[in-house]
Design a protein around this ligand. Structure first.
Ligand code: ZN
Length: 241
């Protein structure tokens, strides 16, 4: 079994479409770690495509914010402007759908969660080595798949000591070790590589590979500008940061 693990799509349909096209050569099974909307100009198309394609979906903070479950004060100015815009472009059904997404899901020997597995409703970021190592006590499965920071990374613990790696890589799961993997962001990468990122989890091989997919960044940028969303949300797609 292989799973395409996607996160932080953020209303970027060009990036989502490119990632699902890339993944289709390997698997039909898609898992989504949330932040389907926010920032980008195509929230409806992204919600509908993911609702149709993903086998398991967890909520992101932006998803819960447009549904009224998280205060907009939590967000910075441009994120807040995009959430207000997104809320106005989704109908009540779409908002209710996003608001009902669970914080945690379990697939095989992995838990899926948008932010930290430790109190997911607090939306803490796992960025440093220490952030990740401290989160292992909060789950009991072998694997925990996360998003939220938009930075691909892997943490692991086991008898030979803790390990941390950031960047685009392949993790080979070693016997006796447990892992947290951040699969990066489909729709707004922040690691200075503008290509969309997602994870391909191969259960039989015991690997999780971060894949990068080029997409039509310029088209996604133009849609953000045409929608009247903050310019920085368009420009950062080209920078990948
Ligand atoms: Zn996000």
């Amino acid at each position: 079994m292989r799973y395409a693990v996607i996160s932080d799509i953020h209303g970027n349909f060009e990036a989502l479409d490119a990632v699902l096209g890339d993944a289709a050569a390997c698997t039909d099974v898609v898992l989504c770690l949330g932040d389907i909307v926010g920032y980008g100009a195509d929230p409806v198309a992204c919600v509908e495509r993911i609702a149709e394609r993903a086998q398991a979906i967890t909520a992101g903070n932006h998803d819960h914010a447009v549904a009224g479950r998280l205060d907009l004060d939590w967000f910075n100015t441009s994120a807040r402007a995009a959430l207000v815009w997104t809320r106005g472009h989704l109908d009540a059904d779409h908002r209710a759908y996003l608001g009902a997404l669970p914080l945690v899901a379990e697939v095989g020997d992995a838990i899926l969660v948008h932010a930290s597995p430790d109190h997911p409703e607090e939306w803490d970021y796992l960025v440093s080595a220490e952030d990740g190592f401290a989160a292992f006590a909060a789950f009991s499965t072998r694997l925990c798949l996360v998003g939220h920071s938009h930075l691909p990374a892997a943490w692991s613990v086991g008898s030979s000591g803790p390990e941390f790696r950031a960047g685009t890589f392949e993790v080979e799961f070693a016997a006796g070790r447990r892992y947290i993997v951040n699969v990066g962001s489909v729709g707004q990468p922040r690691d200075r590589d503008p290509r969309a990122a997602y994870g391909l989890w191969d259960v039989e091989r015991g690997t999780l590979t971060i894949r990068r997919v080029a997409y039509d960044v310029e088209r996604a940028r133009r849609k953000i500008l045409a929608a009247g969303l903050p310019r920085v949300l368009a420009d950062r797609l080209a920078w990948g940061s």
